[in-house]
Design a protein. Structure first.
Length: 261
């Protein structure tokens, strides 16, 4: 069952033959297991194609909802999106990738790597580098330096070390300028102070000409700390009431971002 479910990672719909081949299981065994998964609601069948079922979403949602950082982040993410018009991601480090736990905003519309539940290599994402900068190099996961999407990306370990030094110089804020995609800038900050076993990062994503990195970096850093204090149950004198975010970046300060708001 686990082998079959893993086949759907990154794929929406598959036929019986495709699943059998990808899972390296006999067709008869694959069909029998799929039938049971359909009965459980873990897989759905439409014609000759199979896809993950709603029960998988329900189970996954329970995992995310019990995370205190995720619960605390939602009002601050929505406030940050309203103030900036930029897309906000909450991401966590999983092995050598970052996994997007939550997303607020519609841009970019294309690209599976930006979707809720999608992964990006940690070395090629601002969120990943914001988290790696909080760790001693001996505590890093085994990192893969696959070719970046653009010439602006991280190519080598030397590039990564140099970038992480810049992250630390900015107080933990990572900036990815078109490294993860042409025309896209992302700024990210860890959710929590250094030395607190930080595993989650908050990021702002927008078009290059619509995201002033210094102001966006300060906005995301402040929002990330607000989330940390809210999740920890500790008072923060500077936090505004009503779930607001102290954000220096306003919609009027930048070029409008394409959106379906």
């Amino acid at each position: 069952m686990a082998s079959l479910l893993q086949v759907f990672d990154g794929r929406s719909r598959l036929t019986l033959a495709e699943i059998s081949r990808q899972a390296d299981l006999p067709r008869s065994s694959t069909h029998r297991i799929l039938q049971r998964l359909v009965e459980l609601g873990w897989v759905e069948r439409e014609g000759y194609q199979y896809s993950l079922g709603i029960r998988m979403f329900e189970l996954g949602s329970q995992v995310v909802r019990r995370d205190r950082i995720h619960r605390a982040s939602l009002p601050f993410m929505h406030a940050l999106h309203r103030l900036t018009g930029l897309t906000v991601h909450l991401s966590t480090l999983v092995a050598s990738d970052v996994l997007h736990l939550e997303r607020t905003g519609d841009w970019p519309e294309n690209g599976d790597s930006w979707c809720l539940g999608a992964r990006q290599p940690a070395v090629h994402s601002a969120a990943g580098r914001a988290l790696l900068a909080q760790l001693a190099e001996t505590d890093w996961p085994t990192l893969a330096f696959a070719p970046p999407a653009t010439v602006y990306g991280i190519h080598t370990l030397r590039d990564l070390r140099r970038d992480l030094e810049r992250v630390r110089d900015r107080g933990g804020v990572a900036v990815d300028f078109q490294g993860c995609g042409a025309g896209i800038t992302v700024v990210a900050a860890p959710v929590g102070p250094s030395g607190s076993n930080v595993r989650t990062a908050l990021s702002l994503c927008g078009p290059v000409d619509a995201l002033p990195t210094q102001e966006a970096g300060e906005a995301v850093r402040m929002a990330a700390m607000d989330i940390w204090y809210a999740a920890s149950g500790m008072p923060r004198r500077s936090r505004r009431t009503g779930g607001g975010v102290s954000c220096p970046l306003r919609r009027s300060d930048r070029t409008p971002v394409p959106s379906h708001e």
